[in-house]
Design a protein around this ligand. Structure first.
Ligand code: ATP
Length: 294
């Protein structure tokens, strides 16, 4: 089954065009959607989840028309929003059971089995009697996945799931997601490049509502091979360098600044070539976009 997004555009009431003719076909596995703040990622996720209507375009999940068959979509969609906002003062078992009923499961013993299975899968079984409102950030995220998995979804959308998680929780969350990605379409929307590098078999970069990069992490890194350069400069030289070169990142190193630059050819004799990584690719593509917008 594939998710097919065709010519999706969205302009908000204030005139802001958040999505500009987005086209994507997404198959089983982990799909990484990267983009800076305000790129349109959440707008796209909400549109796919049926929470807001686009101005134009079509979205199909297999044969199902996601924009018109909303009830049917809800049954096969798992959605973990950026922020749940409110957690009721009930324990995890009660809340999952309640959500399972809302998703249409009317068989009590089957529900019990499914809920317990999900609590085990998300490592929350020990904490199942605690109120979800008292969970830590990582536990909430795992609870979010548990609720998203109710009803055996065919499509799972997770919007910036690891922001604020400590490395161990993040790792746990990654393992859980990649397990799920083995037989489901999982869309991971984030601005954390490492999450995509570690997990996804496809990466798409969105800026200002446009797709500016699409490929496998390996493939897009390969495309940038030989085009990323670095040089150590003084702090006082950074501003000039930014005017002169397409600087994609700066790091303080032993009191000086290491700049990484995108360039088809060696920018000057003091630059040395470096192995490109996904972060270079991401920052090059978004800075290039910004540069051409000016
Ligand atoms: N309801 C709304 N009304 C008006 N403008 C909106 C609305 N929702 C989002 N926007 C604007 O649309 C653009 C895209 O926002 P969106 O939340 O989709 O981006 P994002 O890529 O998810 O960003 P972030 O990483 O910060 O969550 C932003 O400029 C945002 O301010």
């Amino acid at each position: 089954m594939e998710l097919s997004i065709k010519n999706i555009s969205k302009t908000y009431a204030n005139g802001l065009k958040a999505l500009d003719n987005v086209n994507l076909t997404i198959g089983k596995g982990m799909f990484g959607l990267l983009g800076p703040n305000g790129a349109g990622k959440s707008s796209l996720m909400r549109t796919i989840a049926g929470l807001q209507a686009p101005d134009s375009g079509e979205i199909f999940l297999g044969d199902l028309n996601a924009l018109t068959q909303k009830e049917e979509l809800r049954k096969v969609l798992g959605y973990l929003p950026q922020d749940f906002g409110f957690y009721p003062k009930v324990n995890a078992v009660e809340l999952l059971n309640h959500i399972a009923i809302l998703k249409g499961n009317s068989n009590k013993s089957e529900r019990k089995e499914i809920v317990e299975g999900l609590l085990h899968q998300t490592n929350l079984f020990e904490a199942r009697k605690r109120n979800v409102s008292e969970y830590s950030g990582g536990m909430r995220q795992r609870f979010g996945i548990a609720q998203a998995l109710l009803g055996n979804p065919k499509l799972i959308i997770v919007d910036e799931p690891t922001a604020g998680l400590d490395p161990m929780e993040r790792n746990r969350f990654h393992n859980l997601l990649s397990e799920i990605g083995e037989n489901t379409i999982v869309i991971l929307s984030t601005h954390i490049v490492d999450d995509v590098k570690n997990l996804c078999n496809r990466v798409v970069v969105l800026t200002s509502g446009h797709i500016i990069l699409d490929g496998t992490p390996k493939g897009v890194i390969e495309d940038f091979r030989g085009k990323i350069w670095k040089k150590l400069i003084e702090k006082s030289e950074v501003e000039v360098a930014k005017e002169q070169f397409q600087v994609i990142s700066t790091h303080i190193s032993e009191g000086k600044v290491e700049i990484r630059v995108f360039s088809e050819t060696q920018p000057d004799a003091n630059f040395i070539p470096v192995e490109s990584n996904l972060e270079d690719v991401y920052f090059s593509s978004i800075t290039k976009k910004i540069a051409t917008n000016v």
